[in-house]
Design a protein around this ligand. Structure first.
Ligand SMILES: [Zn+2]
Length: 67
């Protein structure tokens, strides 16, 4: 895979993650595309840790950058 293609893929998945997080933040249920379990937002993390969204099995795991 050449670098330009790699960057394009990364940008696309970043945008998909943003769209996904937006839906969850609105209270909509988003299912993991791998295991079909609901993806849940976890913002109750300790200081210094990042909030994250993940499904029960952990195949979807998105760290939130809310700096
Ligand atoms: Zn999953």
């Amino acid at each position: 895979m050449d670098l330009a293609q790699f960057n394009k893929l990364r940008a696309r998945s970043f945008n998909e993650q943003k769209a996904l997080l937006k839906k969850i933040a609105k209270g909509q249920t988003v299912l993991c595309s791998t295991c079909n379990q609901a993806i849940e937002l976890n913002v109750a993390v300790k200081e210094g840790e990042k909030a994250y969204a993940k499904c029960q099995k952990g195949c979807t795991y998105i760290e939130l950058d809310m700096a």
